[in-house]
Design a binder for this molecule. Structure first.
Ligand SMILES: NC(=O)C1=CN([C@@H]2O[C@H](COP(=O)(O)OP(=O)(O)OC[C@H]3O[C@@H](n4cnc5c(N)ncnc54)[C@H](OP(=O)(O)O)[C@@H]3O)[C@@H](O)[C@H]2O)C=CC1
Ligand SMILES: CC(=O)C(=O)O
Ligand SMILES: [Mg+2]
Length: 625
């Protein structure tokens, strides 16, 4: 296998246009066309490559495979393997390109191409692997079985997490195959709740860079920092500043576990290529005294920068991202504290392709659950009464999207109006102040109770019983993460409502047996939405995120819920079908982008679901000839 040495290109892009030597004809396109300076930033080394037939254009040449792109529309036709027999040899530098061959020991150390014991006899011969591997050749399926067996041996979830991270850094395809094939078992490991503990201990378990850290020390050099990341063709960035990590508070630089986890899901659940995903943590300090005193803390040891200093670093980052990766780079804001989250979204929502997962992704997933609840229970959203515990990003984001759907108002007491943060004000209501949640439930008589407070066990027995006395089928969402912060457990919801609650939670709970029934609690987590939303945005070349896309994503998700799911107590389809679900979400989001004139990849593909599926990354090994 090979990678193109881009130094010549970087030095003098205009000079590079010519043919590869004959011996590479089978493995490389014959004509190299440097992307026009008008539509590509030369400095990141991006290039277009035309195939022999000139019917399609190979772009984003990287480590042995390339994306096939229709030259007229710019629409991607998926990733194509460009390995060939000739790559098996140690090539000499070729002018103007040089081809370096990853083989032998370095091939086994390269997580993108390593196949471990799955290298065939032929590959072992041609890639200098003889003696570096024991004689047995096994299939990827057997490797998955073995890894799963090993992971199941660990009793402690954090150990399972570390084993997964280790695998990701050793053999990327095996990591994704394992995760995709066993998503229900492993999601709680690479994602909530275990990722929360991993962030709390990130300094201790940190071994290798999984993303880019941008700290106050990098002010003025953010673009350079981004260029240090080895992958150039980034399509999605998940960025945090670590100030509100799940419901665990300010974890500073240790928040990196969150973008890493979210992007693993972009690939496993939404099919975005791993090399197109970039986790970023912006380190402006932390106000977490415990971390500042922790000898294993890996971030800046200072209080958080605020005001202009904060805004300037963020602005430099946002500008550099667009400069480096172009107009259509998707940026997902994740786990920022609410005093920055809403402002950042407002500031960059009109200039960048951005969304805030906690505000918008969560809103979309909850709306989907409510739409499916209405579908199976009867009634309309407009007839419901909603009570939220927690009027922050998730709570007000959900309220806003529901309101968009039904044009209804929220439930904050307006006597506090003066002192309220701006994002809470639209939801202020005329009402006597109430101290206890149970009193609010009895006074407001909600049909739907939504917990987004980040405070564990706040839906007490009294609260759930009050909901159950008011409603035949009380709908209760305990959205706060991780499990320790969930407003109530599945067991509590079902027991205290005598098996009548329709319950969903942000972090997973096991099925619960109550009386003659086994209830399977749904997981109301934005992980259902952002991978499909992101795929839809990317495949349509969207330039902005629009609220209608979030509504479309919610409808698409709700459309995947069956009567059979609901009969088990589920408001969401099982995660095991998530790639199919994501394809449907992506298709609806892309359709909306085309409808709104926000899509740039034209003309639109005829069958958007099929197209979404065809764009998805496959974790199956390639044959290296
Ligand atoms: N399931 C999912 O997909 C998602 C779950 N979440 C989870 O939701 C939780 C909240 O996240 P987010 O909204 O972003 O965080 P925010 O900090 O923006 O919001 C939390 C809100 O809860 C309020 N609050 C805290 N304690 C109480 C209490 N005892 N009674 C009433 N209100 C209270 C806070 O009030 P004040 O403003 O006064 O501090 C704040 O407004 C987290 O645990 C997070 O993990 C978030 C996103 C997605
Ligand atoms: C799920 C998620 O985004 C959160 O808890 O913050
Ligand atoms: Mg989040």
């Amino acid at each position: 296998m090979f990678s193109l040495n881009r130094s010549a290109f970087l030095n003098n892009p205009a000079s590079i246009s010519g043919s590869f030597p004959d011996k590479h004809r089978r493995i490389l396109p014959t004509r190299v066309v440097v992307a026009g300076s008008s539509n590509r930033d030369k400095s990141n080394g991006s290039l277009l490559m035309a195939t022999d037939e000139s019917t399609a254009t190979l772009k984003e040449m990287r480590d042995g495979y390339a994306e096939v792109v229709d030259p007229k529309s710019g629409v991607s036709g998926g990733v194509q393997d460009v390995y060939g027999e000739d790559t098996a040899t140690e090539d000499q530098p070729v002018t103007p390109w040089s081809v370096s061959v990853a083989s032998g020991y370095s091939l086994l150390r390269d997580p993108h191409h390593n196949k471990g014991l799955a290298f065939s006899e032929k590959e072992r011969n041609s890639h200098y692997l003889r003696g570096l591997l024991p004689p047995t050749v096994i299939s990827q399926e057997l490797q998955v079985k073995k890894m799963l067996h090993n992971i199941r041996q660990y009793q402690v979830p954090l150990q399972k997490y570390m084993a997964m991270m280790d695998l990701q850094e050793r053999n990327q395809k095996l990591f994704y195959k394992l995760l995709i094939d066993n998503v229900e078992e492993l999601l709680p490991i690479v994602y909530t709740p275990t990722v929360g503990e991993a962030c709390q201990k990130y300094g201790s378990i940190y071994s290798r860079p999984q993303g880019v850290f941008i700290s106050l020390k990098d002010k003025g050099k953010v673009l350079e920092v981004l260029r240090n990341w080895p992958e150039k063709n980034i399509q999605v960035i998940v960025v945090t500043d670590g100030e509100r990590i799940l419901g665990l508070g300010d974890l500073g630089c240790h928040g990196m576990g969150i973008p890493v986890g979210k992007l693993s899901l972009y690939t496993a659940l939404g099919g975005i290529r791993p090399s197109a995903c970039l986790p970023v943590t912006i380190d402006v300090g932390t106000n977490n005294e415990k971390l500042l005193d922790d000898e294993f803390y890996i971030g800046l040891r200072q209080k958080r920068a605020i005001g202009q200093e904060y805004a300037e670093l963020l602005h430099e980052f946002m500008t550099a991202v667009k400069q480096n990766y172009g107009e259509r780079i998707l940026i997902q804001f994740e786990d920022f504290a609410n005093h920055n989250a809403f402002d950042l979204l407002e500031k960059y929502g009109t200039t960048h392709l951005v969304f805030n997962d906690d505000i918008q992704g969560t809103a979309s997933v909850v709306l989907a659950g409510l739409i499916s609840a209405m579908k199976f229970l009867g009634g309309s959203l407009a007839d419901q009464r909603f009570l939220f515990l927690g009027a922050g990003e998730a709570g007000t984001g959900i309220a806003e999207l529901i309101a968009l759907e039904i044009s209804k108002q929220g439930l904050i007491v307006s006597s506090r109006l003066e002192s309220l943060q701006h994002f809470k004000k639209p939801w202020a209501h005329e009402h006597e102040p109430v101290k206890e949640l149970v009193d609010a439930v009895n006074a407001i008589k909600p049909t739907i109770l939504i917990g987004t407070s980040g405070q564990g066990r706040t839906f007490t027995k009294e609260v759930v019983e009050a909901m159950a006395s008011l409603n035949e089928k009380p709908i209760i969402f305990s959205l706060s993460n991780p499990t320790s912060q969930s407003e109530c457990t599945a067991e509590e919801a079902y027991t205290w409502s005598q098996g009548r609650a329709i319950f969903a939670s942000g972090s997973p709970f096991d099925p619960f047996e109550y009386g003659d029934n086994v209830f399977v609690p749904g997981q109301a987590n934005n992980a259902y939405i952002f991978p499909g939303l992101g795929l839809g945005l990317i495949m349509s070349g969207a330039i902005r995120v629009h609220d209608d896309m979030l509504l479309a994503a919610a409808e698409a998700l709700a459309g995947q819920v069956t009567q059979e799911n609901f009969d088990k107590g589920l408001l969401y389809p099982p995660f095991k079908n998530i790639r199919k679900i994501s394809a449907h979400i992506a298709a609806e989001v892309a359709a909306k982008a085309y409808e709104l004139g926000l899509a740039t990849r034209l003309p639109p593909p005829k069958d958007l679901v099929k197209y979404a599926e065809s764009c998805m990354y496959s974790p199956a090994y390639r044959t290296y000839r």
